[in-house]
Design a protein around this ligand. Structure first.
Ligand code: ZN
Length: 70
């Protein structure tokens, strides 16, 4: 049994920054159209301040996914 040292560097997801220069954490959509669909939004999205309209879906469109599986 090789007792190799475990990976010292933990994998970290680097969030992209929005146009405000803020890190945009992953969020989950709560809309009827895309329930639970993950996306990246502006760092100020929840602050109610300036929203630079940065928006990027992480998960593919559930409708498209359904079509691909057919
Ligand atoms: Zn922003």
């Amino acid at each position: 049994m090789p007792s190799s040292s475990s990976a010292s560097s933990t994998f970290q997801i680097e969030y992209p920054t929005c146009n405000c220069g803020k890190p945009s954490p992953m969020r989950k959509s709560k809309t009827k159209e895309n329930p639970g669909r993950r996306f990246l939004g502006c760092g100020n999205y929840e602050n109610g301040k300036k929203n630079c309209e940065y928006f990027y879906w992480i998960d593919p469109d559930p409708k498209l996914r359904t079509n691909l599986m057919l």
